[in-house]
Design a binder for this molecule. Structure first.
Ligand SMILES: [Zn+2]
Length: 225
């Protein structure tokens, strides 16, 4: 079972085009500069959140270099969902902006589909989640609720086997003993997460998403971590 699958949709929008500062109609060079900018912007935004492991600007610099260009500007705030870069190549410069659409990210399926229940959740969280799901008319569902520490251990070991490195595993799965799922204080929801968020507002539910990079992970408000 693939525990660690993450459907990640990137949208690349190009802005400003290119600026010609050299003589000659080097359309090919211009295109190469743009490719380098696109690659650098995508690489930078991929480093946002737990799937990345490097500094976005450093990663943008590497990808620009791999494409024969030099990074000249990077509007790359760590953890941001949007990054903008500028590169220079043989007298041409090009800009690109890449955006992660968080709502298209999907939670890791950690239990067989349809088997997740709100059993074992902290009662206030269970009430809120039950109300949210009922109000969604089937458009929001529970992917993962309370997990035993044994289950969390299994998940973490699977991540370790897949990534071969504890730090990389930590990017995907919380270490056993540290996940709020183990204490019944967190749920992962699937389906229409935009609807889930608007229902939280509409119904005044005490739910929030503490981690911007895991938009499916909900906890009770007023709790840390
Ligand atoms: Zn979660």
């Amino acid at each position: 079972m693939s525990v660690l699958f993450v459907a990640c949709s990137l949208v690349l929008s190009l802005i400003c085009g290119t600026i010609v500062v050299a003589l000659g109609g080097a359309a090919q060079t211009r295109a190469r500069a743009q490719t380098a900018a696109d690659a650098a912007a995508l690489a930078a935004v991929f480093e946002s959140g737990p799937y990345g492991s490097a500094d976005p600007e450093q990663r943008a610099r590497e990808y620009a270099q791999h494409n024969g260009a030099r990074l000249t500007d990077c509007d790359c705030v760590e953890g941001a969902t949007e990054m903008e870069v500028e590169v220079a190549l043989d007298g041409f410069s090009a800009r690109a902006r890449a955006v992660i659409e968080l709502d298209k990210l999907a939670p890791a399926p950690v239990s067989p589909q349809g088997s997740a229940t709100t059993a074992g959740l902290q009662p206030a969280l269970k009430r809120a989640v039950d109300r949210l799901i009922a109000a969604s008319n089937g458009r929001v569902y529970l992917v993962s609720g309370a997990r035993s520490t044994d289950r969390q251990t299994e998940l973490w070991i699977e991540a370790l086997q897949k990534h071969g490195d504890p730090e990389a595993a930590d990017n995907w799965v919380a270490r056993p003993g540290t996940s709020n799922h183990e204490t019944g204080l967190a749920v992962d929801l699937g389906g229409d997460l935009g609807l889930a968020v608007s229902l939280v507002d509409e119904l005044g539910l005490p739910l929030w998403r503490p981690m911007s990079w895991e938009p499916w992970h909900f906890e009770l408000t007023g709790m840390d971590g």
